[in-house]
Design a protein around this ligand. Structure first.
Ligand code: DC
Length: 218
């Protein structure tokens, strides 16, 4: 078990790899709390965008970060593509990260434990997590999935623009100095490029059940 005795599952990976859906399925299955930590960075970005402040106004971003209430993250408002882009920009500031990470750690400590997904969960937020998954998929597959998602709700988009966007976001999230996106040394890698969500869920479940069975025997 994690440091406080509750089960913690850490899921990291790039944008669009399917970690959010996987995190939800796992939280339902193991009856754990769920936190999409991307929403916390999105909430900060959204607060700045709403009042027209530049995304590099660090002190305004810190204030917005302090005001983030994990119980009030509104996915409908925060899921806009532009908010995700902006979130990736405010996420480079160490002081903003420190404030949000503290809230995320408190969340992970609540009973009965939690699934957290993001970019630095296994490496920084919950380095003692019982299970760490690094979920990835090729940039091309992620772009295809995003296009299908947009089209399924009646929108239109250009595949090569989506792909360029994904590559740029990966570079920013993996290239920043503080808490860059990377697999923890003890993470289990799950490449979903050729997996539907159900297959990814079953693969993750088998990794988790295996780890828990070994731990019960120890
Ligand atoms: O997962 P997402 O697309 O909602 O995340 C939006 C941005 O927030 C992402 O591009 C980088 C940042 N982020 C982060 O730096 N650390 C996290 N744990 C989660 C998200």
């Amino acid at each position: 078990m994690g440091e406080v005795g509750y089960l913690t599952i850490a899921i990291d990976g790039p944008a669009g790899a399917g970690k959010g859906t996987l995190a939800r399925r796992l939280a339902d299955h193991y009856r754990l709390n769920l936190l999409d930590t991307g929403l916390t960075y999105r909430a900060v970005a959204h607060a700045l965008l709403r009042v027209g402040l530049p995304l590099d106004n660090v002190s305004a971003a810190e204030t917005a970060a302090r005001q983030v209430d994990l119980a009030k993250l509104d996915r409908t408002v925060l899921s806009a593509h532009a908010v995700g882009e902006a979130a990736s920009k405010v996420a480079v500031f160490p002081s903003v990260r420190r404030i949000l990470v503290e809230k995320q750690r408190d969340f992970a400590k609540s009973p009965p434990g939690a699934v957290l997904d993001g970019r630095d969960i296994g490496t920084v937020v919950c380095p003692d997590a019982d299970i760490k998954l690094y979920v990835t998929a090729s940039a091309e597959v992620r772009a295809q999935r995003r296009l299908a998602e947009i089209e399924s709700i009646g929108g239109t988009a250009n595949l090569s623009e989506i792909l360029a966007d994904i590559v740029r976001r990966d570079e920013r999230d993996m290239g920043r100095a503080d808490s860059p996106l990377k697999p923890a040394a003890d993470a289990h890698l799950l490449d979903t490029s050729e997996m539907a969500i159900e297959a990814a869920f079953l693969a993750a479940k088998s990794i988790i059940d295996d780890v828990m069975a070994k731990r019960d025997k120890a």
